[in-house]
Design a protein around this ligand. Structure first.
Ligand code: SF4
Ligand code: SF4
Length: 400
């Protein structure tokens, strides 16, 4: 077992250098959505980095070796843990960081360290591993009902195919219009696709990764990769940005080698189909619509142009942009599993997104992530500003 006293064992060499490189300039504060709604300085990137470096100084290196390890105040550790879990890990701070710290990858590792010390995760986040163990999903929903309530009638799923579709837990249980839209659009494109049986389509591992609870990750990834491999899959499609993010960035690491298939976000597949004339919009939409970039899709894996291309092909549509969009997108509040504990922050952030869309006199707010879909819809309830929220594939499915 790694030395529990060391604060550095979850960090890569690059991340250790990143901690050292932070100049405390505060550039990153300009775009932090949690700062926007809480004003709490503890959550700020320079403060989190400063605190964590204090912990390292007290336990690692020459001074502690010569003079003994310092005691770290329990309250400080708890304050830090709260701060690192209140952050939505949206990565906007990394985008504006003057020394190039990749915060989207750093914060989850600091969470992992706090889990190793028994200080994290917080509240309901601690139920995630047990729920996945019992039901295959973090919401503890019945596996047999994973596809049943939303799967469109008459759509055929092949036993084996080159293409597979992974619905993901949040879409399947909490954002069903989105996954229903995905399947309707795939079916309209007309290329055969396969899916795993509902009890085998287990969690992609993202909620475990992002909350720092890594114990089950390797097993989940190997189980899923082997199941798709056995179906002869060459391309795995998914619409959830968090799933796609972990599949692209971390599945090969947990699998131990290159994946035997490629991962594509559904918008990449649909963009291709439109360009090749295999999908066509048959209806017009004379509306002003605005597209919100999910953090893990835009900053996470660089998918920015594809959804815009799809929307631009709808006859009659006028596409608007948020002030912060593309790589600079502002988190809708649903990120980092922080919503499980700090739901008020998430609602407040979701309402900022709604307010800006309304201020721009938009007819529809188009989302492209099941977590955004669930949380921004919740934020809409009881809010003084109202707008129609729609998922991108839900919208496409209605117009083809
Ligand atoms: S990742 Fe997002 S929420 Fe967290 S500190 Fe950075 S900007 Fe703020
Ligand atoms: S912008 Fe980068 S270097 Fe500056 S305070 Fe933020 S994390 Fe540190």
């Amino acid at each position: 077992m790694k030395n529990k006293n060391s604060f550095t064992s979850c960090l890569s060499q690059r991340q250790l250098l990143e901690l050292d490189a932070c100049t405390q300039c505060g550039e990153c504060l300009k775009n932090c959505p949690v700062q926007d709604v809480t004003g709490n300085p503890n959550i700020s990137p320079p403060e989190k980095i400063r605190m964590f470096k204090e912990f390292i100084k007290a336990t690692d290196g020459l001074k502690p070796m010569l003079f003994g390890k310092g005691e770290i105040d329990r309250k400080l550790l708890e304050d830090f843990t709260r701060a690192v879990y209140e952050c939505t890990i949206c990565g906007a701070c990394g985008r504006s960081c003057s020394v190039g710290i990749i915060t989207e990858r750093l914060w989850p590792m600091l969470r992992k360290e706090m889990v190793r010390r028994g200080l994290g995760p917080l509240g309901a986040q601690a139920n995630i591993p047990g729920a996945i163990e019992r039901t295959g999903n973090p919401y503890e929903k019945p596996p047999a009902e994973r596809y049943l309530p939303w799967f469109p009638e008459g759509v055929k799923v092949a036993e084996k195919a080159d293409i597979a579709y992974y619905a993901g837990c949040t879409g399947a249980y909490l954002a069903q219009p989105m996954v229903k839209g995905d399947v309707r659009v795939l079916s309209a494109i007309g290329e055969e696709f396969t899916m795993l049986p509902p009890e085998d389509e287990v969690c992609c591992g993202f909620p475990l990764f992002i909350t720092g609870q890594h114990d089950m990750l390797k097993d989940l990834v190997i189980r899923l990769v082997n199941a798709y491999h056995a179906k002869g899959v060459k391309t795995l499609l998914c619409s959830c940005p968090c799933c796609v993010n972990i599949m692209v960035k971390d599945w090969p690491l947990f699998y131990g080698k290159e994946l035997p298939f490629r991962i594509r976000h559904i918008t990449q597949f649909v963009e291709d189909a439109l360009k090749k004339g295999r999908l066509r919009f048959r209806k017009e939409l004379h509306e002003r619509i605005i597209y919100h970039d999910p953090c893990y899709l835009s900053r996470g894996v660089g998918i920015i142009a594809e959804p815009r291309y799809i929307l631009s092909q709808i006859p009659g549509v006028q596409l608007l942009e948020f002030e912060r969009h593309g790589l600079d997108s502002r988190c809708c509040g649903a990120g980092g599993a922080a919503r499980k504990v700090f739901n008020e922050n998430a609602i407040a952030m979701g309402r900022l997104t709604i307010d800006e869309a309304v201020a721009k006199k938009t007819d529809k707010l188009v989302l492209n992530c099941p977590a955004c879909y669930e949380k921004v819809n919740e934020a809409l309830q009881g809010h003084d500003k109202q707008i129609t929220i729609v998922d991108l594939m839900e919208l496409v499915a209605e117009l083809i």
